[in-house]
Ligand binder design. Sequence first.
Ligand code: GLC
Length: 664
Amino acid sequence: MIRKYTYGKPVQTDATVIPVSTASGMPAPFTVTETECGEIFVYEMDKADAVFGLGEQLRGMNKRGWIYDSWNYDDPSITEGRSCLYGAHNFILIFGKKMFGAFFDCGGKVTFDIGYGDPDLLTVSAKDTDVYIIEGDSALDIVKQFRTLIGQSYIPPKWAFGYAQSKWGYKCEADIREVFEGYKKNGLPLDMIYLDIDYMQDYKDFTVNKERFPDLAALSAEFKSEGVRLVPIIDAAVKVEEGYSVYDEGVEKGYFCTDAEGKPFVVGVWPGDSVLPDVLNPEARLWFGSQYKALLDRGIEGFWNDMNEPATFYSKGTLQHALAEVAKAVGKNLQVEEYNEVTGNFHRLANNPADHDSFYHNAADGRHVHTDVHNLYGYNMTRGAAEYFAEYAPDKRFLLFSRSSYIGLHRYAGIWTGDNCSWWSHLRHNIAMMPGLDMCGFLYAGADLGGHGDRTTEELMLRWLAFGIFEPLLRNHATQGTRDQEFYVFKNKRAFRDLLGIRYAILPYLYSEFVRCAKTGDMLSRPLCFDYPDDRRARTVEDQLLIGGSIMIAPVVEQNADGRYVYLPARMKMIRMKAGNRYTERIVEKGEYYIEVPLDEVVFFLREGKVMPLAKPAENVASLDEEHLTWLKFITQPAQFTLCRDDGITKSSLEKIETVTVEP
Ligand code: GLC
């Protein structure tokens, strides 16, 4: 059952797809206090309550014990003390004797204090918000109702489930060829190579640097014939440059965000002075989306949208002020306070709240200052691209994912979780984040494998890959200046080949379960307690996941470990897999065990009564043999599995779903 309450004047977010009429009274079980700054919703938690949700957020699966802001924010220093990341996913699920979900549908900032100020209180602060309270029979039922409310999740093309190599630092065609050859020569599977900002001319969206990439269309066609797609980045901000058609046209049509006087608001991003497409204006949104044509016409079929919180290094006004203050300080002896004042001007430049209060959108429901709709920006940028793709090739599925997001984006695209680091803690964080994302509809999701910043190691990379093969989006990406982390640079190439082999072998399972979950609102990756609600121990497990209906995974997340303790909430069959084509199996009873896991193996657990299809390892998705599947089984009676063997490319073929009966 879903009840909706409205406070103040919420902006139109288009997060939900099913109309729910507004109820009056208290949004029980919350009590509400109205203040000048908005509403405060309070729920007194039971000692044993866990709180799940919030999608892309810090800390563990169970969110209790910290304070979180929904405020899309670009800051690559993702440390434990932070309170927000790149997405605003305002759905929580209280899991305890009383079970309910709550969605705060609000374009601005929302704060979730989940036992931080007072360990027993859940306090949500928001202004101008719709609140949906969802009750149901179980956690899974509540999530399913929520996912139905917000609409079906995006389903990418099947090749987007292959392995991808990316790095900020591939500068030209020769660099891309080197990556392609590196994978090919070493027999390492590959489906995609990503193009970061250096493919553009002077960081101008929808342009290609002719010297570095003389013929992108030919390169893209050549790689595609070998089963590898090129996936370029698109940034939110548009360079200010007369003669650059995207800038000229946007200015002429009034499609950029404006200052109080109606002039385009100038911020600094990669190309220096830039303007922000007003993607909350439906006409401007589609216009910006239509710019992707420049690359679609070159045979490109996938994109990643970046810097769309929107991230700003400065605004023109604040930068000029900071520079002027420095000029005044030249030659002076600065005491610490003065020094901090002068340098602080620079520290405050990026993503400055004062800037957010200084520019405006002409949204579908009227003019809004950016602060009130901040969290909707990346969503609408990405939506514009998806809306245009649907015009460009109505039945075709494109790969599209975004860094910044709000609930609603999940219908149009996936997300990646931004600039993580090559830290073991970030591998654990990656695992813990997956169910929250899933609950909010973001099924096509993943983190930068191996870490984006800092220094990875061969061991971390292998362990991360052994988890990553169960994530829909499997992309090795790193920032410029970091050590090389393409798999072929490491010593034990065979181990990487073996683990990637497992990814392709389990792809029919992962893909079929992905499609089923996207269509039904079921969760693809789940905390153990969602399926074993009466098991108190299961509620505390933070580094194991149920993936699809048939399996449980328990990745190794410690340096120098030769295995790990695994908790089995029920009897399961342990599958020890090597290279995707060899495995051993053993039945293990409910309980806790130390399981050895060598670096080149993956151990997972098949649930009783379940089956799982397996293909042979392949060099890319195009060459995957889905006709000759074998089955992992833990059954005594015939079992059914919903197999999706569509063409992987068209929307219409997604209807081709077979229910296969597997004999014991
Ligand atoms: C941002 C992105 C990162 C990318 C970089 C350069 O930091 O999050 O993935 O490599 O910009 O485009």
